[in-house]
Design a binder for this molecule. Structure first.
Ligand code: SF4
Length: 345
C-alpha cells in the first residue's frame, strides 16, 4: 500500500482516513493539531495510543521541507528563506514584520510559467506545483524560526496560485481550521496575474480571503508587453471580472502596480489608471520594483511614485506606496532561488 502524506489532508479527509484505519473519528482532530504544531514523528503524538501510532507509521508519512538558507536584512526584521523540497527543488518565502503583525509571503509553485518579463520567478519556467503541505510547511518552518505566531499569509511568492488551484483551496482550508493554525481568512491574501475564470470561482468559494491582482499597466499595449497573460485575458475583461468579484464578495480588491522606470510610471499612465479604476471598490499598492539580475528593468524613483499616487488620488483611487522591506536581501520575487541555482550550475 502507498503511504499517504497526511499533512496534505484537510480535517475532513483526515477523519475519513482515520475511520478507514478502524479508529475513532476524534483521533483525526488530535493528529491534525499535532501536524499544525510542526510535529513530524508519530511517536511524539502522545495522546495517540501506541498501537494506532504503529498503524499510522505503516500507512502514512508526514511531509517535511528543509531550510537551506536564511538571509537576514540589516535594515529591518525581514528574513528571506530558501527551502529544499524532498525532490531537491528549491522554493523561497519571505518573513516581514509589520505594525499589525507577522506576515509571510509564500510560494505556490516551483518557478512559474506566466512569463512576466520583470519577474525572476519565471526564468526557467515552472517545474511543478506545490502540494498543500509544502505550502503549509513554509508557514510552520518560519513560525518555528521566528518563535512568534504568523498572523498574516500572502500567497504572492513564486508561482501563479490559480494555476495550482485545488492545492491552494486545500491549503487555505487547512490553515483556517480551528484545530490547526486558525488563521482568519481575512488575514490571508491571494495574488493572481489575472486568470479570469478562477477569479469568479474564488469569489464564490473563498469570499473572505483578500484578492490581489497583479495589474502593473494601465492599458493593453503596456500590459501585453510585460505580462503574457494579458494576451489571453485582456485588461477590459479582467476589470469586468474584478467588478463581478466585488459584487459577489462585497470586498475591496487590491491592485498591485510595480513602478518600472520608463515603462509604466509616467503621469499619463497614472491618469489612465485613475480613469479605469475611479469607480471601483479597490486599493492600489504602488511597489518600487526590486532589481532582477537577469533583466534590465529598473524601479522608479520615490518622487515618481509619489506623483503617481497624487494623480490616482485626484480620481479618488486609494493608493499607497509600499514600504521597501528587506531590499538588501535579494528581495525580488524568485531572485534568491535563481542565485542559488546559478551558484550550483
Ligand atoms: S509576477 Fe507572479 S505570475 Fe508573473 S511570472 Fe512572476 S510569479 Fe509568475
Amino acid at each position: 500500500m502507498m503511504k499517504r502524506n497526511i499533512k496534505d489532508c484537510t480535517l475532513g479527509e483526515l477523519e475519513s482516513f482515520v475511520l478507514e484505519l478502524g479508529e475513532k473519528k476524534f483521533r483525526a482532530k488530535q493528529i491534525f493539531s499535532w501536524l499544525s504544531k510542526g510535529i513530524y514523528d508519530f511517536e511524539e503524538m502522545r495522546n495517540i495510543p501506541k498501537k494506532f501510532r504503529d498503524q499510522l507509521k505503516d500507512s502514512a508519512y508526514i511531509e517535511n521541507i528543509v531550510c537551506e538558507k536564511i538571509l537576514f536584512s540589516k535594515e529591518d526584521a525581514t528574513r528571506k528563506y530558501l527551502f529544499k523540497l524532498k525532490d531537491d527543488h528549491l522554493i523561497e518565502s519571505v518573513y516581514m514584520n509589520y505594525r499589525y503583525g507577522n506576515s509571510i509571503c509564500i510560494s505556490s509553485q516551483v518557478g512559474c510559467k506566466m512569463g512576466c518579463s520583470f519577474c525572476a520567478s519565471t526564468i526557467g519556467g515552472v517545474k511543478r506545483n506545490l502540494s498543500p503541505s509544502e505550502m503549509l510547511e513554509q508557514v510552520l518552518k518560519i513560525q518555528e524560526d521566528v518563535k512568534e505566531r504568523i498572523s498574516h499569509v500572502v500567497v504572492m511568492g513564486s508561482g501563479e496560485p490559480f494555476e495550482n488551484y485545488d492545492a491552494l483551496l486545500k491549503f487555505l482550508e487547512i490553515i483556517h481550521s480551528q484545530e490547526g493554525l486558525y488563521l482568519s481568512y481575512r488575514n490571508i491574501t491571494v495574488s493572481t496575474c489575472g486568470i479570469i475564470p478562477k477569479i469568479i470561482d474564488f469569489a464564490r468559494k473563498m469570499p473572505q480571503v483578500t484578492l490581489a491582482i497583479s495589474l502593473h499597466a494601465p492599458n493593453n499595449p503596456i500590459r501585453n508587453s510585460i505580462m503574457a497573460v494579458n494576451k489571453k485575458y485582456p485588461l477590459d475583461q479582467l476589470l469586468q471580472a474584478c467588478n463581478q468579484y466585488i459584487e459577489l464578495t462585497n470586498k475591496r480588491i487590491t491592485f498591485e502596480y510595480a513602478l518600472i522606470q520608463g515603462v509604466n510610471d509616467c503621469e499619463e499612465h497614472a491618469e489612465e489608471l485613475g480613469k479605469i479604476l475611479k469607480d471601483m471598490l479597490c486599493h492600489v499598492n504602488l511597489i518600487p520594483l526590486n532589481k532582477v539580475q537577469e533583466n534590465t528593468f529598473i524601479g522608479s524613483e520615490r518622487k515618481k511614485a509619489e506623483r503617481f499616487q497624487e494623480i490616482l488620488e485626484k480620481y479618488r483611487v486609494n493608493a499607497t506606496i509600499r514600504r521597501e522591506l528587506g531590499s538588501d536581501i535579494e528581495a525580488a520575487c524568485g531572485q534568491l532561488r535563481r542565485t542559488q541555482i546559478a551558484n550550483e550550475e
